[in-house]
Design a protein around this ligand. Sequence first.
Ligand code: MLT
Length: 279
Amino acid sequence: MKIKGRNIKQKINNINVSFNDLGRKEAPSIIFIHGFPFNKSIWDAQAEALKDNYRVITYDIRGHGESSVGMEIFTIELFVKDLIALMDILKIKKTIICGLSMGGYIALNAIENYPERFEALILSDTQSIADTPEVKEKRMNAVDAIRKHGVEKFANESIKNLFSSESFKTKTAEIAAVKAMILSTAEQVLYFTLLALTNRKGTSGNLPNIKVPVLIMVGEEDKITPPAQARYMHEKTNDSVLATISQSAHIPNLENTPAFNEPLIEFLNSISKMALKTP
Ligand code: MLT
């Protein structure tokens, strides 16, 4: 049976979560988690590439995209609770999980606390360390700057760090789309999420305990979660593959989709019996 579901709304943990559920219900599932402050649409190209062979779920983290904010204080643990509740409601016992940046923090925390729910882990442009004092200070300065100067300035400053030099020349539509995602995120959600990010616990201690195959990807020019952090996670995990994505920085799945999808599909082929064609 084919599932054709975009922007489905489902009540979980007292919020309405918005998600896309594509592909066949009986196919192996893969859930993609976006970064901050983006939404599920950043995964459209990956969903399109995989939906013939996988049940592909992309969703908006609470407060982002079309998902509602709720009343609880944002924490990575709360975001993990939402992920597990979404899996439960969709009757997904076990899944492949893929998280970019904040999505990776969620995936790493989820696999630490619910290892039995995941059969493979894909990390992109993320890290297992907690915030350093300098990063914590930067986040608090960002909160002040949004209060004083508004979201537009925050969006413009963020964009400078998100994309590679090549993307600034060639990916104007993608950059405009990401800017629109930031601008459409409520100011309060920006504060709440910045606090959740800065209060998050590190997950490095659990890396050697991960028992499933891991793919770690990183844009070669990523300044936010740099390649050194990807290499660190690669060294600490027992069964991981590392792929550096050229001509990209913090959002390589958007900036250089073919170069991102190739290791993604190769990894999925290596852990499954189905052979997907690389682009
Ligand atoms: C993200 O893309 O989710 C953020 O850049 C993560 C972070 O700031 O740590």
